[in-house]
Write a new protein. Structure first.
Lengths: 388, 138
């Protein structure tokens, strides 16, 4: 078998030579703790995001907050950590990367105490992707669910776009993590060093690289910078999050509507259905889903005008966008619409017919914030009795 | 104290047995008496038995989903009922829900709807008075 110089390392044993060199500190505590916490936070986000997005949204958001905190820390530490934490020691230019690739191809093994050029590029790419994930996540949260600091600004459709980008970036980060692990394994074999262990112990076999100018860690400076960023971002986020969401129903429910249309069932928030649906419903109350639900003319007129002024068209929430298309075979039943069916496809039919729920139309049996028209995913809980 | 707790259900049962229309219910009954007399000069008073029969009957002219008053109100007027949409309806018996038949506009609204759903026609003043007479005695 012909041995290419790039793979020659697979067939040599230089462990004796490396064991003779005393290890030197490379990854400071900041880098190592950052690395460990990032693995944890990204794993939580990936698990909650890919597997159980709606039920675990709270944990997903917490993970995201930790990720962005860590990314900011890493940016700060890149200016104030010890030598190999600093971005000034990341030689990730095209020239350096191509030189490194050529070295590998030639089978040369110049020691890199810090990240080699490809590794440095990977770290920077990971940081950029993570920041992009958090950014698109916050935008999607604001636009689609009308929560978080961008709820006041982001439209539903822009939120959907952000969510698609978020999903693509999430797949991208999986690929990057895979490449990162493959790269670490390859490099560990190539230079006969356990790079994973180095990221835990912080040490690598020497000798020290004289070419890199020494820097000592400046934890106080880093702390100050972090405090400054947090002092601006945290109150800003809280203040923005407190602003009313774009196109979220905020007015009080008309008491006459709540009383009359809430007598036989949950008083469906006006923002759930279009003007056309409310119009035909109000014109056919004497034959309302097989029953007479008529009101006197004055009340019919006033409720009809309330519904018209508060119909789905006036809002921008997920719930107000989900039931705009009705089922032509049952054109006034929200629960027969394609949107409703899609959103509830994971729930068994038998759950709805239980006494504790009382039917598909009993939105408030499961949606604790149903009456507000928000339908937040965090406020869903199917009654326990219905699940046995 | 213990004796009182044991006695409580007995007292409640006694109270229920003696349920009688209060002034608000009496006002509705008086109004329906007036309407019944206007419709039929020979009107001879309401009957709880006729009211009960109306309540329990299965209508031949009903809309398919509402064959009887008991479809929603159950056959026991002291029990909670349920709408077809799954929402609870308070008991119809005055003893079990003392604010029943106290607001004429509400009573009229529901008679109008429910009689139309079950019988496909309006109830007569006599049927309405019979029904309230039966329920206020329950």
């Amino acid at each position: 078998m012909a041995r290419s110089p790039a793979l020659a390392f697979l067939f040599e044993d230089n462990s004796a030579r490396l064991a003779a060199v005393p290890p030197v500190p490379v990854w400071d505590l900041g880098v190592r703790v950052f690395h460990g916490l990032l693995i944890l936070a990204v794993s939580v986000c990936a698990a909650t995001g890919f597997i159980a997005s709606r039920d675990w949204l709270g944990l997903h958001l917490l993970g995201g907050e930790i990720v962005i905190g860590l990314v900011v820390f890493r940016l700060v530490w890149g200016q104030s950590g010890s030598t190999y934490a600093r971005f000034s020691t990341f030689h990730a230019s095209w020239a350096a990367i191509s030189a490194h690739v050529h070295e590998i191809a030639r089978g040369e093994r110049r020691p890199h105490l810090g990240h080699n050029p490809v590794g440095a590029a990977m770290v920077l790419a990971l940081l950029v992707f993570l920041a992009g994930l958090v950014g698109t996540g916050v935008w999607a949260l604001g636009g689609v669910l009308k929560q978080g600091p961008l709820a006041f600004l982001a439209s539903y459709t822009s939120g959907l776009t952000a969510r698609s980008i978020h999903n693509l970036l999430a797949i991208g980060i999986l690929a990057l993590v895979g490449l990162h692990l493959a790269g670490v394994a390859f490099e560990s074999l190539r230079v006969r060093q356990n790079l994973t262990r180095s990221m835990i112990t912080g040490r690598k076999p020497g000798p020290d690289d004289e070419a890199e100018p020494r820097h000592s860690a400046r934890p106080l400076r880093a702390l100050l910078a972090m405090a400054l960023v947090a002092g601006l971002v945290v109150p800003g986020t809280v203040a923005l999050s407190a602003r009313p969401g774009l196109g979220v129903p905020a007015g009080a429910t008309d008491p006459a509507y709540a009383r009359e249309c809430g007598a036989c069932h949950f008083a469906y928030p006006a923002s759930l259905a279009t003007q056309a649906v409310w119009h035909s419903l109000m014109n056919g109350l004497d034959a309302h889903f097989g029953e007479n639900a008529s009101l006197d003319a004055a009340q019919t007129a006033s409720i009809a005008s309330y519904l018209d002024l508060n119909a789905a068209e006036h809002f921008d929430t997920l719930a107000s966008h989900s039931f705009r298309l009705m089922n032509p075979g049952d054109p006034m039943r929200l629960t027969a619409s394609p949107g409703w069916t899609r959103l509830h496809r994971s729930i068994a039919e038998s759950v709805f017919t239980t006494r504790a729920v009382g039917g598909k139309g009993a939105c408030n049996a499961c949606h604790q914030d149903g009456a507000t028209g928000r339908f937040d995913p965090q406020r869903i809980s199917i009654p326990k009795e219905a699940l046995n | 104290m213990t004796r009182f707790v044991i006695l409580l259900p007995v007292l409640l049962a006694a109270a229920a047995a003696q349920a009688a229309p209060g002034p608000a219910q009496q006002a509705e009954l008086d109004a329906y008496t007036g309407m019944a007399k206007a419709a039929d000069p020979n009107f001879g008073g309401f009957s709880a038995a006729r009211g009960q029969a109306l309540f329990l009957a299965t209508s031949k002219t009903a809309r398919p989903d509402t064959p009887s008053c008991t479809t929603c109100h159950t056959t026991d007027p002291t029990k909670v009922g349920r709408t077809r949409a799954g929402k609870e309806i308070g008991p119809m018996a005055l003893s079990a829900k003392p604010d029943r038949y106290s607001v004429m506009a509400d009573t009229e609204k529901w008679f109008a709807r429910n009689c139309d759903s079950v019988l496909m026609r309006a109830c007569t003043p006599m049927e309405k008075g019979d029904f309230i007479t039966f329920m206020t005695g329950q």
